[in-house]
Design a protein around this ligand. Structure first.
Ligand SMILES: [Fe+2]
Length: 275
């Protein structure tokens, strides 16, 4: 992954990334997508309603949320994402821009409560190890075979208070710890690899900083890409995932062998329009 870009997610159009973007513009994937996205529009409305219901009860929505409120919201959101991803109306294609060099973030909906983003991954593209600030992160696979690898921060074990709803998940993650992989800084372990999950179309996952850090990537072979499934000239280029971040993530930590850096996430497109 080229170091010039400013975020986990490829990102932001900086001067130094312009060349990559210019090159990538010749291989955009969204140009054949539908002009309308009624199912996605409904999903956005249903997500908004779920958030409003919790806010009306006085709950703040972040990774320190009231446990009962979170359990309600989590069940609702996972159900909505699973329904959309498994039914898979393919109207997400209007948002699905790809880049030859990096996976990219395509904003569907952004407001003060949440961001809904279509991430596009050509085969072999993988994120760096990253956190999710104080946000919830839900993830649904819309196309392709994806893999999530979770990591525990070695230096931060026993750190800040963890809300009850994540204690059990964090304990499970700790129990899975192994020395099989991870990152090291100046000979010291920085993060330990703890869990690998292969995800297929329709699968939904959830993570926050109390549970783990992670990477996500598309590991499928180019020859395994599906053919056009619903007309419109769509040609699959890799994996596509739908991410819901709540609240929106403004700063993300990237964990690499040469240390930890903070980045500002950016967008490759907004509302189906390349930026
Ligand atoms: Fe992530």
């Amino acid at each position: 992954m080229a170091p010039a870009l400013t975020e986990d997610v490829s990102l932001v159009a900086t001067a130094s990334s312009a060349a990559h973007d210019a090159k990538a513009s010749a291989s955009l994937g969204a140009v054949t997508g539908p002009a309308q996205s009624p199912a996605m529009d409904k999903l956005v409305g249903d997500i908004r309603a779920a958030f409003e219901a919790e806010k009306a009860l006085g709950h703040t929505i972040d990774n320190s949320q009231d446990p009962e409120s979170f359990q309600r919201l989590n069940a609702k959101i996972q159900g909505l994402l699973k329904e959309y991803a498994q039914h898979n109306p393919h109207d997400w294609r209007r948002y699905a821009f790809f880049n030859d060099v990096h996976y990219v973030r395509n904003l569907v909906e952004g407001n003060s409560d949440f961001e809904l983003i279509v991430l596009c991954w050509k085969t072999g593209q993988v994120s760096r190890v990253h956190n999710h600030a104080n946000s919830h992160c839900w993830l649904a696979v819309l196309e392709g075979d994806m893999r999530e690898v979770q990591y525990q921060r070695v230096q931060e074990h026993g750190g800040p208070h963890q809300p009850p709803f994540v204690d059990e998940l964090a304990a499970q993650a700790a129990a899975r710890r192994s020395d099989g992989g991870g990152l090291h800084l100046e000979g010291r372990a920085l993060v330990d690899e703890t869990k690998t999950t292969d995800m297929r179309v329709g699968d939904v996952g959830y993570i926050n900083d109390h549970i783990a850090l992670h990477t996500v990537g598309c590991h499928m072979a180019p020859g395994a890409l599906p053919a056009d499934g619903c007309g419109g000239g769509w040609v699959a280029q890799g994996g596509v995932t739908l991410h819901l971040y709540a609240p929106p993530i403004r700063r993300v930590r990237i964990y690499e062998n040469d240390g930890i850096t903070e980045r500002t996430p950016g967008y490759y497109s907004r509302a189906g329009v390349r930026v």
